[in-house]
Design a binder for this molecule. Structure first.
Ligand code: TMP
Length: 204
């Protein structure tokens, strides 16, 4: 068992975090813990509708500023309708991406929007996970994996390798900015080996 109530997974596109989230939920459920697996953008009907707007279409469909507003709107709905009620009911919440994705994808890729990201987060969200596991993978491998999925939600993969390399640096910086909460996991290994580290961190 663990004292962590709200855990997020983060990383560049195709890093394998969704697989790790599934493994971790299955592990805790097998131990009899009530766990909710959810994701961003999405996780509530309103936020899932916003997801469709954000992840499909051309790279220039939205500016980083407009994305920031849409991701924050989706997060607010997700928090109100899904995350807060689950935590209040005593469930553990495991979330595939949360505000760190906005800090990196909107805050640090197309100009420096980090101050605006922080202001909006403070005004509208004001909550962090107890633990954030950042799965670190070589961007070349991750991008090929993400594009091969052909999910139809490839708008951010379509920004290309240089964008994914900037994202990786952004996530690495977060581990220095939030050393207590953000922990790095080497994702350049088979999923089962990565999960051993994930589990050790989630239980510590
Ligand atoms: P995923 O479900 O495959 O992780 O895709 C979600 C995409 O949305 C991914 O490319 C990262 C991006 N994203 C942002 O740009 N900002 C955010 O705040 C979130 C939650 C996701």
């Amino acid at each position: 068992m663990t004292d962590i109530k709200f855990l997020s997974f983060e990383g560049i596109d195709g890093c394998g975090k969704s697989t790790q989230a599934k493994f971790l939920v299955a592990h805790f459920m097998a131990k009899g813990q009530e766990v909710l697996r959810t994701r961003e953008p999405g996780g509530s009907p309103g936020a899932e509708a916003i997801r469709g707007l954000l992840l499909t279409g051309d790279t220039d469909k939205w500016s980083a500023e407009t994305e920031l507003l849409l991701f924050t709107a989706a997060r607010r709905d997700h928090l109100e309708k899904t995350i807060e009620p689950a935590l209040a009911a005593g469930q553990m919440v495991i979330c595939d991406r949360f505000a760190d994705s906005t800090r990196v994808y909107q805050g640090a890729t197309r100009g420096d929007l980090r101050t605006k990201v922080d202001q909006l987060h403070a005004a509208m969200i004001g909550r962090e996970p107890d633990l954030t596991l950042i799965i670190d993978v070589d961007p070349k491998i991750a991008l090929a994996r993400g594009l091969a999925r052909n999910s139809g939600e490839d708008r951010f993969e379509d920004f290309g390798l240089e964008f994914q390399e900037k994202l990786r640096i952004g996530f690495l910086k977060l581990t220095q900015e939030y050393p207590q909460r953000c922990r790095l996991v080497d994702g350049n290994r088979p999923a089962e080996a990565v999960f051993e580290d994930v589990l050790a961190l989630a239980q510590s």
